[in-house]
Design a protein around this ligand. Sequence first.
Ligand SMILES: C[S@@+](CC[C@H](N)C(=O)[O-])C[C@H]1O[C@@H](n2cnc3c(N)ncnc32)[C@H](O)[C@@H]1O
Length: 291
Amino acid sequence: MKQKWIPAQTREILNKYGITLKKSLGQNFLTDLHVLDKIVRAANLTETSGVIEIGPGIGALTEQLAKVAKKVVAIEIDHRLIPVLNDLFKETDNIEVIHGDALKVDLHQLIQEHFQDVQSLHVVANLPYYVTSPLITRLLEGRLPLKNMVLMIQKEVADRLIAHPGTKDYGSLSVFVQYFAEPSGVARVPSHVFVPRPKVDSSVVKLHIREKPNVQVINEDLFFRVVRAAFGQRRKTLLNTLHTRLLSNVSKTEVENLITSAGIDPKRRGETLDLKEFAALTEVIYTSANQ
Ligand SMILES: C[S@@+](CC[C@H](N)C(=O)[O-])C[C@H]1O[C@@H](n2cnc3c(N)ncnc32)[C@H](O)[C@@H]1O
């Protein structure tokens, strides 16, 4: 049966299977074909694309993705939804439903097993809000062979992903995401298109995965430690926060000299630095520690 993905029908499916939605799993289901279509179009899928969907719910987005992509593999944590998805898609041969936790599933293995025959790979999801940051981190850090990710997330988090240096939303998550990807906003989504309505506003963002990271860094682990330290105390100068949070084993004057030698004013605040400046800072710290 073709679904219309309107609220009444979503409730009907849930009633039929005796499912009450769990807030703890971020279960706010999309019930608007226009929004679903916007998400799918943003991913630039073709008939040779593979899609990993996280949290298919009762399959609203899954169905639209499968109409354009070669194959969709959808990972759903809630076992109660698996029979719903299997029933809905029993006649659709390019959708595979996996019961599992997207934070734990071995995604490299999943790609090996399911996506040998695709020309581009995408992650598309209306993400459960409680795992947004850990999931984005896992997907990017894993260096999966992705072309892009199109994600519906909480508006506040979306604003952080695309934020520029010196703005209130710019933080370590912005730097992390912008290191691996080029993020852009796709759409604001009003809460009334979900069943049930979430308390927060939502946005769709697209992360175009970079072939190489945005900047070259001498040591990635140190780079991200420098970034986290720099944002650790937002109202303090870079000098104070780096001395307190990362370089307490050397004198303040030495920290000051290091920052200056990276071409940065030690009195600036950490949240004004761009990725190139964080990379330069990492280099001087790394070099001085390894002399
Ligand atoms: C916001 S709903 C989206 C549902 C559907 N894609 C839609 O757009 O209507 C999030 C879905 O993710 C599932 N989920 C929550 N945590 C998960 C996890 N760790 N791994 C996989 N799925 C998860 C929930 O059960 C729910 O079905």
